[in-house]
Ligand binder design. Structure first.
Ligand SMILES: C[S@@+](CC[C@H](N)C(=O)[O-])C[C@H]1O[C@@H](n2cnc3c(N)ncnc32)[C@H](O)[C@@H]1O
Length: 275
């Protein structure tokens, strides 16, 4: 477990993921019975962009710093830029909120949030970041197993799956987790983040999903450069399983990131049709 999200917090992929997540949460919490959100790979909750990791990678500088200065970003980014401004108290961008911070801030008092993080040091930072929030539980556990165990058998559930993809079995575990979640609760929804290096890996994952998970799915791809070097993270994709219709906002989010923060990439949003 070498992965540390502190190197990547606030990069182009976080902007896509977090703008989409906030848009989805706004939709799911606008009305309706209580929602349970389970975050399988939560990270530490709040990131220091002035720290050595972020400064070394420069990814936040090329990501959130550009978004905060942009005048042409679509309104779909506003909940994220507001959250970033709030943690920075209006000053320069030195802190970036991770998924736990954004989710906890978006939920209603009757909603619940379970945040899973496997690394003990990251989990300890997460526990501190979430201290005092009544409807939040943090668990120092494997998020794939916990997602299924913690998923209520009835009621509204959203599972965020955002692994580091350090291990080759992450793709398989995502498919198995989504299938198990839907068997346990037919209303379970999910948002999954995926890297895009080459198209074969993404396509083969999507084919497995179509074969094994019977639910409507939307895929939103953002490429920041052409896929000529499969060793690089050339983009990212989001998979929305059984979500509300977010095709237009996802298209706007992905297109802006590809165009404003990338070079020669592009964006596309498409539905999958399970067997
Ligand atoms: C991409 S980061 C998460 C970022 C976070 N979701 C956000 O948006 O702010 C992935 C995290 O998963 C943790 N991790 C790795 N394997 C895990 C597992 N099996 N279960 C739970 N957490 C895991 C890593 O330590 C890392 O903090």
């Amino acid at each position: 477990m070498n992965y540390r999200h502190a190197f990547h917090a606030g990069n182009f992929a976080d902007l896509v993921k977090h703008a989409a997540l906030l848009r989805l949460l706004a939709e799911l919490t606008a009305k309706g019975p209580p929602l349970t959100v389970i975050d399988t790979h939560a990270g530490r909750g709040l990131y220091d962009l002035a720290g050595p990791e972020a400064r070394k990678s420069g990814e936040a500088e090329a990501g959130i710093v550009q978004l905060m200065a942009a005048r042409d970003a679509p309104a779909d980014f506003s909940p994220l830029t507001r959250a970033v401004a709030a943690v920075n108290e209006g000053a320069e961008v030195r802190r970036y909120p991770g998924s736990p911070w954004l989710i906890a801030g978006a939920l209603r008092t009757a909603d619940r949030y379970v945040a899973c993080e496997l690394r003990p040091d990251e989990h300890e930072a997460l526990r501190v970041a979430m201290r005092g929030r009544q409807n939040v539980r943090t668990l120092n556990v494997d998020g794939y197993a916990a997602a299924v165990a913690e998923c209520p058998r009835e009621g509204r559930v959203l599972v965020l799956i955002d692994p580091p993809f350090e291990k080759p079995d992450d793709y398989r575990r995502i498919v198995e987790t989504l299938a198990a979640l839907r068997r346990r609760n037919g209303q379970a929804r999910a948002l999954v983040w995926l890297p895009v290096k080459d198209l074969e890996t993404l396509d083969s994952f999507l084919r497995d999903l179509e074969d094994e998970v019977a639910a409507p799915m939307l895929v939103a791809e953002t490429r920041i450069r052409p896929l000529t070097d499969p060793m690089k993270m050339n983009g990212c994709a989001l998979l929305l399983l059984d979500g509300p219709d977010l095709e237009a906002p996802l298209a706007a989010i992905c297109a802006w990131v590809a165009q404003a923060l990338g070079a020669g990439g592009g964006a596309r949003v498409y539905a999958l049709s399970p067997q």
